[in-house]
Design a protein around this ligand. Sequence first.
Ligand SMILES: [Zn+2]
Length: 371
Amino acid sequence: MTPIFKELKRDGSSFARTGELDLNGIRVETPVFMPVGTRGSIKSLSSEDILELKLPLILANTYHLYLRPGTEVLDSFGGLKKFMSYPNALLTDSGGFQVFSLQGLFKFQEDGVRFQSHIDGSYHTFTPEKVIDIQRSIGSDIMMVLDDCAPYGSDRKRLELGLKRTHSWAKKSIDYWSQNPGNQSLFGIAQGGVDPELRIQSLETINSLPFSGVAIGGLSVGESREEFVEILKVLGPHLDASRARYLMGVGTVPDILDGVRNGIDMFDCVLPTRNARNAQVFTSRGKVNLKNESHKFSDSPIDPDCNCKVCKNYSLGYIRHLHKVKELLAFQLSTFHNLHFMQNFMSKLRSEINHGSFTEFYDFWKKLYTR
Ligand SMILES: [Zn+2]
């Protein structure tokens, strides 16, 4: 395992820290928020937009890319980055989480999971080895292992079975990856639902394997905010300082704040892009619903404190109109602004940690973004 993470500065009063990832020469400052490009595009944005936003690291979904365009096409283009003309760093999930969302269309097997495509009903199998091969075709800088994310509300027996599978697959994954590591790093995933004991047990098992980073899976899947924060607090002291720590599928402002406070370096979430398409934008004054009648005549920008190209050039009233009549431009402008907001928010967050003022930053934004 080549180390890809370096810690830079620790907050004095919490587990918050800044650091940097070196992903094949691409430097990613942490804590980092990764926007989601499910099927090889961040919905409504071009790769030029992604570069203009200075996004160093984005996420793509293995399940979707495996079904369409498929590994043959990805291999022929030399991987997803060349296919989409995107030069920065890429992280892919294992596809497992998406398969487990296919209600009634998957079945566990000893060595993996068999499932039916949501597109045409065809049968496929994901094993720990197979999903690494698919991610090699995609060519991501960070690959994730196949894991078993038990649904929220699972009893202890189901959670224990999930851990057994997750840990056995993690060992198979690291063995398979080690035979030919190439320039793609591999992260392990810890599970355990909202059971503190199982959570620690799982994290320590994953910590004991030579992964380049450790992810926390199975949170933000239906548990209450109190349960979510409680598990983060339980895990904070057990996170390995030498490796990057990634909280999967989590990325609202309050969730990022609590994640960072408990030692998380990496986040991903569809909300900033999905909400943008649903006319909700994030601003320095809180969330704004663009469709509100009150914005009808507004010639102000979405966020007077934002210096993105959307806020420099377009009025709230105009963007409201685009959403009301469902013009495609509404998606693009709102998505661009929201990702600019997230970039700016994470950059400020890192700066506050470096200057020893994370607690004040935490309190201010937590209050602004919690109803
Ligand atoms: Zn803006």
